[in-house]
Design a protein around this ligand. Structure first.
Ligand code: NAI
Ligand code: 15L
Length: 268
C-alpha cells in the first residue's frame, strides 16, 4: 500500500518548509521533526539526531521517512560527523528497529561535486559516475548513500537517495540553470520516491527538466517522476548579470561549482 504517514526530518529548514507546504496535497500526513521549533507547528517534534530514544519514538508507526535534517553546507569534520554521519546512522537504526520500510534520503550533488561539468556535446553525468565529494559535507552524503545501500542489502530497508541540485523558489546563478529543482518538481520527485514499487536502493538526481541539464534523470523518471519545470526562462537575466560559465574559472569547472574552491560555511 502507498505510504500515508510520513516523518519529515529537517522540517524547520528551507526545503522542509517548502515540502511541508506542498506534500499534503498528495494526501500525506506529515509528522515533523527538527532540532529547532517548526514555526506554526506546535505538534512538531523538537529533537536532535543524536537523541536515539527520541528518534525511535518519532519513527514509530510511520509508513516512510523523508530525511532532510542535518548540516546543509560545509562545516568542520567533527560537526559533520555528529549531525550527518552519526545522525543519519541513528535515524536508520531507529527505522530498522521500528520496521519502517522506506527512507527518502536527501543526498546532494556535492557527493559527486568534483566530477567535471559537461561542456558542449559531452554526455550527461550518469548516477553511477564514481563519487567525488567536494567537501566534508559532500563526503557525508556519499556515506549516507553507502549506508542506504547497506541497510537495503543487510536489512531490506529501502531508500531512494536523491542527489538534490538546488531546490529554491528560483534559480539565482548561472550554475543553477543546470541543477535547479523547482519546489513543485521537488514535491513530485519525493512523491514518486515514496510510491514507486521495489526501489531497493535507487540513486537519482534531483532537478527539473532544465534545458542546460548536466545529469541523467532516467533513474528518477523510472520511479514515475515527470518533471514539469525548466530553469530556461531565468537564463537571459542571469547570464546578462553574471556572464556565461567560464571554462577557465575553477569555480565553474566542476559539478559542485564553488563548493570545490570556496565552499559556503554552515553558520551555526
Ligand atoms: P537547511 O539547513 O535549511 O535545513 C536543515 C534542517 O536540519 C534545519 O532546520 C536544521 O535545524 C536541521 N538540523 C540540523 N542538524 C540537525 C540535527 N542534528 N538534528 C535535527 N535537526 C537538525 O537545509 P535545506 O536546504 O532545507 O536542505 C535540507 C536537506 O537537503 C539537507 O540534508 C541538505 O543537505 C539537502 N540538500 C538540499 C539542497 C537544496 O537545494 N536545498 C541541495 C542538496 C541537498
Ligand atoms: C547543497 O547541497 C546545499 O544544501 C544547498 O544549500 C545548495 O547550496 C546546493 O547544494 C547547491 O549545490 O546549489
Amino acid at each position: 500500500p502507498a505510504p500515508r504517514t510520513v516523518l519529515l526530518t529537517g522540517a524547520a529548514g528551507g526545503l522542509g518548509t517548502l515540502m511541508r507546504g506542498l506534500l499534503p496535497e498528495y494526501g500525506y500526513e506529515l509528522r515533523l521533526l527538527d532540532l529547532l521549533p517548526v514555526e506554526g507547528e506546535p505538534d512538531a517534534i523538537t529533537a536532535d539526531l543524536s537523541d536515539r530514544a527520541a528518534l525511535r519514538e518519532a519513527v514509530r508507526g510511520v509508513d516512510a521517512i523523508i530525511h532532510l535534517a542535518g548540516i546543509s553546507l560545509e562545516a568542520s569534520f567533527d560537526k559533520i560527523l555528529k549531525a550527518n554521519i552519526e545522525g543519519t546512522y541513528n535515524l536508520y537504526e531507529a527505522a530498522r528497529e521500528e520496521g519502517v520500510r522506506r527512507i527518502v534520503f536527501a543526498s546532494s550533488n556535492h557527493a559527486v561535486g568534483f566530477t567535471p561539468r559537461p561542456q558542449g556535446q559531452d554526455p550527461l553525468i550518469p548516477v553511477d559516475t564514481p563519487r567525488r565529494p567536494d567537501t566534508f559535507y559532500g563526503l557525508s552524503k556519499s556515506f549516507g548513500e553507502d549506508l542506504a545501500q547497506f541497510y537495503w542489502d543487510k536489512h531490506g530497508l529501502e531508500t531512494v537517495s536523491v542527489r538534490i541540485g538546488s531546490c529554491f523558489a528560483e534559480p539565482t546563478s548561472v550554475r543553477m540553470l543546470s541543477v535547479w529543482m523547482s519546489p513543485e518538481d521537488g514535491a513530485r520527485l519525493f512523491h514518486a520516491a515514496l510510491t514507486a514499487e521495489d526501489v531497493r536502493h535507487t540513486v537519482v538526481y534531483g532537478s527539473s527538466a532544465n534545458t542546460r541539464l548536466w545529469w541523467d534523470l532516467s533513474t528518477a523518471r523510472a520511479l514515475g517522476y515527470e518533471p514539469r519545470d525548466d530553469s530556461e526562462p531565468y537564463a537571459e537575466k542571469l547570464i546578462a548579470e553574471q556572464g556565461e560559465l567560464d571554462p577557465d574559472n575553477p569555480d565553474h569547472a566542476h559539478l559542485g561549482g564553488h563548493f570545490t574552491t570556496r565552499p559556503p560555511i554552515w553558520p551555526h
